[in-house]
Design a protein around this ligand. Structure first.
Ligand code: FES
Length: 131
């Protein structure tokens, strides 16, 4: 098996058996992100304590890349400091998946990162006294 085949299997396993699937009832932030091209969705709920993501869950509908990467990303960031999460960029996600993706599939892969970045931005706005 090549690395690419192994990484495809890992992604498909996350897709079929997603980690951190569901919703947090008393979430600090909740955000639904969708891909306007295909209509697929990722909704994140996250719990933030002491500038750390203490819990994170997702629900969504869509392709193996969008849903599998949401499962992998939620695993990665659970327990991480907000400041560390803010450094995660698009290349990190592509590297995490370890797959060669065309531009439209990259959008699928980045759906959950976009949702997470918006959650963090909303949280910081509130912390700055927005409401
Ligand atoms: Fe819609 Fe992948 S085809 S997110």
């Amino acid at each position: 098996m090549t690395d690419e085949e192994i990484n495809t299997e890992i992604l498909l396993d996350h897709y079929r058996n997603p980690h951190n699937h569901g919703q947090i009832d008393d979430a600090s932030e909740k955000l639904l992100e969708f891909n306007p091209v295909c209509g697929d969705t990722v909704q994140l709920t996250i719990k933030i304590d002491n500038d750390t993501v203490s819990d994170i869950k997702f629900i969504g509908r869509g392709c193996s890349v969008s849903q599998g990467s949401a499962s992998m990303l939620t695993d990665k960031v659970k327990g991480m400091k907000i400041e560390e999460i803010k450094k995660i960029n698009e290349e990190d996600i592509i590297r995490m998946l370890g797959l060669k993706l065309g531009p439209s599939r990259e959008k699928c892969a980045l759906l959950s990162l976009n949702a997470l970045q918006k959650c963090i931005a909303n949280h910081e706005k509130k912390a700055q006294g927005g409401n």
